[in-house]
Write a protein that binds this ligand. Structure first.
Ligand code: ZN
Length: 249
């Protein structure tokens, strides 16, 4: 279904003339970056992509931007031993981002929101963006669940470790809200793999620490929490994006 309005447009289902006219009025784009990787025994591998796509569409509706197709593969090295998990190399992932930005630059786009829901993506995005500011006139903003600890103050479980979480209460709740038919709560578990300095200081991947692939408690997830947290995430990201567009630098 074609998504068109005054403040947002879906690039994939629109014509080139519609994209041209939109970018002339609003030279801004939103790029959802997901992943195809293990998400425990109860969530599909495209969990991050589905959440990124839903967030991008809603952020577009509540702010402004040409919404780009979701990139379904990211930097998922840590899950490389789980069958079905796919990863770009760090260099390939950076190159994908850079190629998209160069295309947008030529299209007349002047600001890009890269919205990712996969925790290992922000670093390659950050370094690709740094290189791009020297060669294009596009300003790039990257978002990975800003202010998540504030959003999750009413969570029923603790996050595994700092900003590290996976297939647990938060992601499972978002999926119960967005795509309940893809969640099998009979297989949801709570698992808190032991934290170790070896993990922090060596190349030990997260995937080697967990039995189920879950880092946190998925059993306490609900669609109600998912709806509330999804809307807070959208409001947060849309606010930062609008402030970014309003600022001169
Ligand atoms: Zn995820």
């Amino acid at each position: 279904m074609k998504q068109l309005s005054n403040n947002y447009i879906d690039a994939a289902t629109s014509t080139w003339q519609e994209c041209r006219d939109f970018l002339r009025c609003h030279p801004f784009a939103i790029l959802p970056l997901g992943a195809t990787e293990q998400h425990g025994l109860h969530l599909p591998q495209n969990t991050d992509s589905l959440i990124a796509e839903a967030l991008a569409l809603q952020v577009g509706r509540e702010s402004v931007g040409m919404i780009l197709p979701t990139i379904p593969i990211g930097y998922s090295w840590v899950w490389r031993d789980y069958p079905g998990s796919l990863t770009f190399s760090f260099d390939t992932f950076r190159a994908v981002i850079k190629d998209i930005v160069v295309s947008l630059d030529r299209n007349g786009c002047r600001a890009l929101l890269i919205l990712t829901t996969h925790g290992a993506n922000p670093q390659p995005i950050k370094y690709a963006s740094r290189e791009l500011v020297d060669h294009t006139s596009i300003r790039v903003l990257r978002a990975f669940y800003p202010n998540l600890s504030q959003i999750m103050t009413d969570a029923d479980s603790t996050i595994w470790q700092n900003a590290n979480f996976h297939a647990e209460e938060f992601e499972t709740s978002l999926m119960l809200y967005l795509h309940p038919n893809l969640v099998d709560m009979t297989k949801a578990v709570s698992e808190y793999p032991p934290y170790s300095l070896a993990y922090e200081m060596s190349t030990l991947p997260m995937g080697a620490l967990s039995e189920s692939g879950v880092f946190g408690d998925a059993t306490v997830a609900t669609a109600e929490k998912g709806e509330r947290w999804f809307n807070l995430c959208v409001a947060n990201i849309a606010k930062v994006w609008k402030e970014f567009l309003d600022s001169p630098k």
